[in-house]
Design a protein around this ligand. Structure first.
Ligand code: HEC
Length: 146
């Protein structure tokens, strides 16, 4: 008899516990797309202008960001080798160089040119950069203090 009750208790634990757990762990922000519905969505839409509003705000923030700010974001992948302040490390120091120097060197690497003994390390790095990325990074690096 007690065993039967135990089954019921276990059943209820799952029946009530699982949805509660799911609600607890439901992230309303999945991959940047608002996932809630009903009132919750209406509220969110009113406060942010909805998906279109969020995208517009993002685009505006991008458009308003200075080249240095955009460059700083694009520079994150370079920190490991060139240092957060362009002080150098595995790669040479970048701080103290003009934006034209940095840009020209990046273009050379992007073209697959050999500049130093370790240019191969930079080819794949520069390959992944757009022309705008290189301009932004150059602006960011030129603004770094030595
Ligand atoms: C895996 C390490 C590594 C990463 C990551 C890396 N670099 Fe380099 N970088 C180097 C090395 C090594 C050199 C020297 C290459 C040579 O011998 O030509 C170099 C050279 C350079 C130079 C030329 C410097 C000079 O004065 O001659 C620039 C500019 C540069 N990197 C920018 C960047 C930027 C911007 C990024 C990020 C998008 C980046 N690097 C990511 C290792 C790296």
């Amino acid at each position: 008899m007690w065993k039967d009750n135990a089954h019921i208790v276990v059943f209820f634990c799952f029946a009530i516990g699982l949805p509660l757990w799911a609600m607890e762990h439901n992230s309303f922000q999945k991959d940047g797309i608002h996932a809630c519905v009903g009132e919750c969505y209406t509220e969110w839409q009113a406060s942010t202008g909805g998906v279109v509003g969020v995208m517009k705000a993002k685009a505006q923030a991008q458009a308003e960001a200075s080249p240095e700010e955009l460059g700083k974001a694009a520079y994150t992948g370079c920190i490991a080798c060139h240092g957060a302040n362009g002080e150098g490390g595995i790669g040479p120091a970048l701080a103290g160089q003009s934006s034209a120097e940095i840009y020209d060197k990046l273009v050379q690497y992007k073209n697959g040119d050999t500049r130093g003994a370790q240019s191969a390390l930079m080819w794949s790095q520069a390959e992944a950069l757009s022309d705008d990325d290189m301009k932004h990074i150059a602006a960011f690096v030129a603004a770094l203090k030595q």
